[in-house]
Write a protein of this length. Structure first.
Length: 331
């Protein structure tokens, strides 16, 4: 069984852990792992150069979570983290004072940056980073091209009433409170899928779209030329999981992103946004929460196989159950 997941962010990390666990339960290898093969195509639109080092937040969230070294209370970074270096950087006026780099996390960024400067590609660096811990899945950046996301925001104090900033500033410093006008991924038109991405999609038995931000996480992955086309071509069933429950975001601030692309914050609207492959869209199936069960008939009317199941990922068991529901929908 070959499973490919498109994911980003904390929600994506929890879902992928659930996929790994469910695979170990369904197709055990006798050593605590699984005979199934799981490949994760990771969003790179949140990436940034900061304080001279390259940060890949979504990739690192997945790396730390799967390795079991993530800080589950904060939802990001490493457990047992210290911040002495960040404090020293602030004294020197380097970086952003409101964007804290933990000491352990900074070690990852320094290693990544050193390898990049030696000539390695981001996907080669990703492979090296994964050798440290037995993850049980393969993580591949969506692209080796730097497609950092900029946000155009409304600002009446600026000439023209708008200004642009990196997504991380909008997301972390302003908590998405500044009204966004547009999201722009740098170099996206010339980007290409990283080695192994298209093959993972075309060779999959099932492709799962994690409950990640549809605009800046999944949307960025899909914007890389060649990935959407691979999804259209694959013989695998493509199943998505709603990041919206009862009209509210599960985690993060997708509700500040969806209006920018004209999509309301609802499970049905996001499913319609992805669309049915029968009609030129992306999905064969769409999972919504039980709170949104009323949307199932209208989703099925546009050609989606839809089902309402519990979507809250409170722990490993509920995450695995959600992954299992997605796999069952593929059948």
């Amino acid at each position: 069984m070959q499973i490919t997941v498109l994911a980003g962010g904390v929600g994506g990390s929890r879902f992928v852990r659930g996929v790994r666990e469910e695979c170990a339960r369904r197709w055990p290898d006798g050593d605590g792992g699984t005979e199934a093969s799981v490949t994760v195509v990771v969003n790179t639109g949140d990436d940034i150069w900061l304080a001279g080092v390259r940060l890949m937040p979504d990739f690192d969230s997945l790396l730390y979570s799967l390795a079991g070294v993530n800080d589950t209370e904060r939802g990001w970074g490493r457990v047992g983290e210290t911040e002495r270096v960040a404090a020293e950087l602030r004294e020197w006026g380097v970086g952003w004072p409101w964007f804290t780099l933990g000491d352990l996390d900074l070690g990852t960024h320094l290693a990544r940056t050193a390898w990049l400067r030696e000539g390695a590609t981001p996907s080669q660096v990703a492979h090296r980073l994964q050798q440290r811990w037995p993850l049980g899945v393969q993580l591949i950046p969506a692209t080796d091209t730097e497609v950092d996301t900029d946000v155009l925001v409304a600002d009446p104090d600026q000439l023209g009433g708008e200004r642009e900033m990196h997504f991380q500033e909008w997301w972390t410093r302003y908590r998405a409170a500044l009204p966004a006008v547009a999201f722009r991924q740098r170099n996206i038109a010339s980007a290409r899928p990283a080695p192994g991405v298209v093959e993972a999609i075309l060779g999959a038995d099932v492709v799962l779209i994690a409950p990640s931000n549809p605009v800046v996480s999944i949307g960025t992955i899909l914007a890389v030329p060649g990935i959407r086309e691979a999804l259209a071509e694959t013989s695998a069933r493509v199943i998505g999981v709603s990041p919206i429950i009862g009209g509210k975001v599960v985690r993060g601030m997708a509700d500040a992103c969806l209006p920018v692309i004209g999509v309301e914050t609802s499970a049905e609207a996001v499913g319609r946004h992805y669309g049915s492959r029968q009609s030129g869209g992306l999905l064969d199936g769409w999972l919504v929460d039980e709170a949104d069960a009323a949307a199932v008939p209208s989703l099925e009317a546009i050609g989606l196989t839809a089902a309402a199941v519990p979507l809250w990922m409170r722990d490993l068991d509920t995450s695995a159950a959600l992954a299992g529901a997605a796999l069952d929908l593929a059948v």
